[in-house]
Design a protein around this ligand. Sequence first.
Ligand code: SAM
Ligand code: SF4
Length: 335
Amino acid sequence: MSQADYPPLIDSFGRVHSDLRISVTDRCNIRCFYCMPAGAVRFKPRRELLSFEEIERFVGVVARMGVRKLRLTGGEPLVRQNLPRLVALLAQLPGIDDIAMTTNGMLLPEHAESLRASGLRRLNISLDTLDPDRFQQISRREGLEQVLAGIAAAQQVGFEKIKLNAVAIRGLTEPDVAPLGRFARERGLELRFIEYMPLDADGTWQNEQVLSGEEIIEMLQSEFGPLEPITPDDRSQPATDYRFVDGGGTVGFINPVTQPFCANCNRLRLTAEGQVRNCLFSTVEWDARALLRGGGSDEQLADLVRSCVWAKKAGHGINSDEFTKPQRAMFQIGG
Ligand code: SAM
Ligand code: SF4
């Protein structure tokens, strides 16, 4: 078989899908308020999660339809046992040329080395604040020291181009903007601010809480001097990148609320229990697990994914009156 022997994954607006986000678990070791509920969380029983071999088979099929980039996420991907084994399984699949992970970083001190050895190329580590009290307020747990140790471990084992993700929330993030900027500049890390999206489990998101990328650019400029935009190499990348004119590195802005990038979206998602989604904000899912566990053929799996992609809407519609928040929260989808 050649690497792309099935037709490409094109939706009804002509967007070609080549990027798959795989959630490996809905569990997490912290409880960020913009993602998880405040109270007890009902996680999926382990038997409902796809096995590594089921994920491998699914990825093998979508790679034949032109998927080239993978990102492992969750929940917290590193709470899933033996994750480097999954990375190694996926890294050897024909057609897959990039595997990345988004993590809260807390378990990186133990796992950074084996992840690097298994074929993981890139890491995004979430860091919203450098203040221990605000970390506790956001994540409802302690752990800032572990995250910082995780960042250091990732740098030490040689991960290049580590990105730091900070969710930007009005009334909360403002005092963290300059310290995070300084931290990233000093360590050669690429900081990225992500606008707060209506995917919190408690359903308290309000449009007024979205601290826009534009506002953060102003804050960074008043601290570090001018920023200039960088022309993107890849039109489908969600971040708008800037460089500090003084040579202090780059900073990115993911502005899904104030500047939706749906028109160039090339992403598809697989939840931890094997449901395929064409958007973070999708209210419909396609059940790949039923085929994987019910004797379905590769062709049937390919047809399922094709139907899912074909049904993708033009945009998420967060700013429209008809917007319906998905029933699942971020930790159940995979950010
Ligand atoms: N646990 C890992 C972590 O936190 O990096 C991976 C999963 S997490 C759901 C993926 C990313 O989504 C994180 O960078 C997190 O900050 C971001 N995120 C979670 N909820 C969000 C929300 N409501 N709006 C914007 N970003 C969010
Ligand atoms: Fe866990 Fe990541 Fe959600 Fe925070 S954002 S609760 S670290 S899954």
